[in-house]
Design a protein around this ligand. Structure first.
Ligand code: CA
Length: 217
């Protein structure tokens, strides 16, 4: 897994490069926007906003215009406006300095997992269709309206029907990338899926571990 790190602050970059290396990522490090846009293909971009030659937000916009490589913005700017603009320009997530290595790695993994989900249609059973481009769910051809998180949860569990997903995996993938709080909200959303889609899917609870999605019998 190749990460393009765009960061002009040497100590921060060195520590990220070392840390990510320990987690098995191969890191290409560049220090300005021009080099970032000239770099070869990568699986994910970690992008500082305060760069010496250009605004990181412009780099973000340009990278997004070229393709759909996942982008995580890292910045000392903690202002909400930068976060919003970064996400509007196509960044997938955002971390503020100072951050811990585990937080960065958790976010990278969550973003990679989300972007690995195939776009298009996933047919879970003969009766349920998940249209991932339109983010719509159809049962027997008729739309069932889901809340955004309910949709995300369904889309995530349906990437591998029958597989047991742990609560932690689900929280990390569907909710904030690093979730340390209670996970009751997960049960609430599972309950909603059962209520709305119980005719076509079963969401099985494995007590103390997590959930698996199966086609209803
Ligand atoms: Ca900087």
């Amino acid at each position: 897994m190749r990460v393009l790190l765009v960061e002009d602050d040497r100590p921060v970059a060195e520590s990220l490069r070392r840390g990510l290396g320990r987690y098995g990522f191969e890191v290409e490090w560049v220090t300005d926007g021009r080099s970032a846009l000239a770099a070869g293909p990568c699986d994910l971009v970690l992008l500082d906003l305060g760069l010496p030659d250009t605004d990181g937000l412009d780099v973000c916009r340009e990278l997004r215009a070229r393709g759909d490589v996942p982008i995580i913005v890292i910045s000392a700017r903690a202002e909400e406006i930068d976060r919003v603009v970064g996400l509007e320009l196509g960044a997938d997530d955002y971390v503020s300095k100072p951050f811990g290595m585990r937080e960065v790695v958790a976010r990278i993994r969550a973003v990679l997992r989300r972007s690995a989900q195939p776009a298009g249609e996933a047919v879970v059973s003969g009766r349920l269709t998940i249209d991932q481009r339109a983010r719509r769910v159809l049962v027997d051809g008729a739309e069932v309206v889901l809340a955004p998180r309910e949709y995300e949860l369904l889309a995530y569990l349906s990437t591998e029907p029958g597989r047991l997903f742990t609560r932690e995996e689900i929280m990390e993938a569907v909710w904030d990338s690093n979730w340390f709080g209670p996970t009751k909200t997960l049960d609430v959303h599972v309950g909603a899926l059962r209520r709305k889609l119980g005719a076509v899917i079963t969401v099985e609870t494995v007590r103390g571990v997590g959930f698996r999605l199966l086609a209803a019998e």
